[in-house]
Design a binder for this molecule. Structure first.
Ligand code: FAD
Length: 414
């Protein structure tokens, strides 16, 4: 009997999870509930896919997850584009650009910070090469000659979450997935059915034990005048008087300037935040003065106490929980979608083959036995720690979906 799976939340995570479900089990019917698809954090995000540049101290457990997700991204983009009957190599239709990242320092103190960050990245085996400002400006002539240092990270890329989100919606339509524009309530989590709760900051309404908090970010969207386009081609991240700023160029002549980080609960963009971003971006890339402003918005990242996402099965209802992707949710979408889809199809043996496509061998199961299996499972949440040793070892083969599922941890203090 073919099963039905309901996904609550059509952010990038919910949409990509629906897509992986259709890959894993073409027979299952999937519907997504969301009053305003792609209106949450995914709408505001810059979409940097930056396992190296986004590394922060004391986030060791997150590193293997970010790195694995980055490895899975090209496969996800390709499969979605093909399912949407689009060209997977056209960045205009996928929003995916592989032009790498430069991290730059404004003054000598920022240069020290940059050097420390590079050492930290290299200690995890990430490729981050120091370049002179001259080399930097040869690649990106619009950057300021007054910068004090730069590092090139060739493996950190970007995707436009709005473009990619729309592409996934197109792919899902082709596969018969229904998107129902209404708000879900806890009554939609039916233990006899399979539900995936992927509604970002809204998830505690369903499971109050989830400790999520909104971490607001102001972000600007600019447009480069035709005569200056492209202003930059790589993602440019900077430290300016120890404050982070980034300039992310879109293929259509747009630029995303971001982002502040504040927990003051103010859901509208702040003038002070926008001013700081514009000043700091002007310091590293004066050409932004010639751009026009398309948008200034503020979005809320779904923050967790330890910066790790919540991916697991709720023991009370059997629902799959997939939220708390915090600052890295666009990057972690490739991983979260695969793990979420695999957990939802518990009762199957899911493996990731070398090409990155998901292969599943179905064990006979109907909705009753599935509910039993879910009922017997405890809440499982992904922990990166067990993956760390593998990720640190350069000779280790790429992690598989099975490795990640095996590392889900039954207990986490919530
Ligand atoms: C300013 C900013 C910049 C960022 N930059 C980056 C970046 O460069 N790289 C990166 O990797 N990450 C970035 N992030 C983080 C990233 O955006 C998030 O982690 C990610 O988008 C989370 O995706 P999601 O699908 O879980 O949640 P969301 O995108 O928030 O989607 C949740 C969805 O659930 C829906 N919903 C809520 N309640 C209900 C309900 N009761 N019923 C039905 N639907 C419901 C909402 O309408 C929404 O569409 C950034 C975030 C911000 C705010």
């Amino acid at each position: 009997m073919s099963r039905h799976i309901t996904i609550i939340g059509a952010g990038l995570v919910g949409l990509a999870t629906a897509f992986e479900l259709t890959e894993l089990d073409p027979e299952c019917s999937v519907s997504i509930l969301d009053p305003a698809p792609l209106s949450g954090a995914s709408h505001h995000a810059a979409g940097m896919l930056a396992p190296a540049a986004e590394m922060q101290y004391q986030q060791d457990a997150l590193v293997p997850l970010m790195r694995q997700s980055a490895l899975w991204y090209p496969s996800l983009v390709r499969r979605v584009a093909l399912a949407a009957h689009s060209d997977p190599d056209d960045p205009y239709v996928t929003g995916f650009r592989r032009d790498g990242t430069y991290v730059v320092a404004a003054d000598s103190a920022d240069r020290v910070h940059l050097a420390e960050t590079r050492d930290f990245q290299e200690s995890f085996g990430m490729k981050a090469t120091q370049v002179t400002v001259r080399q930097l400006r040869k690649a990106e002539p619009a950057l300021s000659p007054n910068l004090s240092g730069a590092v090139h990270i060739p493996g950190d890329h970007q995707i436009d979450p709005r473009v990619f989100g729309d592409l996934i919606i197109g792919a899902l339509k082709n596969r018969g997935v229904e998107i129902v524009k209404r708000s879900a309530t806890p009554f939609d989590v039916n233990p006899d059915d399979v539900t995936i709760v992927a509604n970002g900051l809204g998830a505690p309404e369903f499971f109050p034990y989830l400790q999520l908090r909104p971490v607001w970010g102001d972000v600007l969207r600019l447009r480069v005048p035709a005569e200056l386009d492209p202003l930059v081609t790589s993602v440019i991240r900077g430290f300016v008087r120890d404050r982070p700023v980034y300039v992310v160029p879109r293929i259509d002549g747009g630029l995303v300037l971001g982002a502040t980080s504040r927990e003051d609960g103010r859901g509208r963009p702040l003038v002070g935040g926008a001013l700081d971003l514009m000043r700091d971006a002007d310091t590293i890339c004066p050409g932004i003065r010639e751009c026009t402003i398309d948008e200034i918005t503020a979005g809320a990242r779904p923050g967790t106490p330890d910066d790790l996402p919540y991916i697991g099965i709720d023991d009370g209802t059997g629902a799959v929980v997939s939220t708390g992707y915090f600052r890295h949710g666009i990057l972690l979408t490739a991983l979260g979608a695969r793990v979420g889809a695999a957990l939802a199809t518990a009762g199957r043996e899911a493996t990731a083959d070398e090409s990155g496509s998901v292969d599943a061998q179905t064990r006979a199961t109907d909705s009753d036995s599935l509910a039993d299996e879910h009922g017997s499972l405890e809440k499982r949440l992904v922990k990166g720690n067990e993956l760390l040793a593998r990720a640190d070892d350069d000779d280790a083969p790429e992690l598989t979906l099975d490795d990640i599922l095996a590392s889900t941890d039954i207990h986490r203090d919530v």
